[in-house]
Design a protein around this ligand. Structure first.
Ligand code: SF4
Ligand code: SF4
Length: 214
């Protein structure tokens, strides 16, 4: 499982750094390294770009896993670089950005956009399987998530636009409900297709969500 990120356009990064001339860069050695958005190479390129644009890069580091609590320790070992900066540019997913912002009083700027939590099928190829709705229906849908696999995010589908098993929104893509049908048929559980899902109870997912192990 990986948190999938994409680097923002440089213009947006520059806009966020407007008025902030001294920058410390933090990358992530886990997901953002795998996706080549915040590893050593990308941090080095960003450093060069910022310097070419006239910024002073006070230091940089790639934290093993930017979203976990070791971030505080790692940041401490690079205390000078952070102290001398007026901003911290984080090249990790939003979880890492948030984690860094817990420890830094300075402006913390995301260099990446966080897209989704993905599984890797082939090296370097990721796909989304769950949008973390908090009310999982995979037990009725043979392990295929309709909220994620259907372009309209339908629970009670298909939508009526399905054509020869393909999605009306994207003719190259299999309709989520065709996939669910085929798999349920293999399992001799087609009766589950008649399951009706009432409107979602969004109170279950009041934000921000939290969880404690008792
Ligand atoms: S129903 Fe889909 S989005 Fe919701 S938890 Fe299950 S897999 Fe994730
Ligand atoms: S064709 Fe299938 S996957 Fe596409 S939007 Fe309709 S129900 Fe969803």
């Amino acid at each position: 499982m990986k948190s999938i990120t994409r680097q923002k356009e440089y213009d947006e990064i520059a806009l966020q750094l407007n008025g902030l001339g001294k920058v410390c860069i933090i990358g992530c050695g886990a997901c953002a390294t795998t996706t080549r958005t915040g590893g050593i190479d990308e941090v080095a390129l960003m450093k060069e770009r910022l310097q070419n644009e006239g910024k002073l890069v006070t230091g940089w580091m790639v934290i093993p896993t930017a979203c976990d609590e070791i971030t505080a320790e790692t940041a401490e070992t690079h205390g000078e670089a952070i102290k001398n900066a007026d901003s911290i540019l984080v090249m990790s997913c939003a979880l890492g950005v948030h984690r860094v912002s817990l420890y830094a009083k300075k402006p913390v700027i995301p260099a990446l956009d966080t897209l989704f939590i993905g599984l890797e099928d082939l090296p370097g190829s990721f796909y989304e399987v769950c949008v973390q709705c908090g009310q999982c229906v995979l037990g009725y849908t043979s392990g295929i998530c309709p909220l994620t696999a259907c372009h309209k995010g339908l629970l009670n589908g298909p939508c009526g636009g399905t054509n020869k098993g393909k999605c009306e929104v994207d003719k190259e893509k299999d309709c989520a409900f065709t996939l669910i049908y085929e798999r349920l048929k293999e399992q001799d559980r087609l009766a589950l297709l008649k399951t009706y899902y009432p409107p979602r109870n969004n109170h279950v997912a009041l934000r921000p969500r939290s969880f404690k192990i008792l």
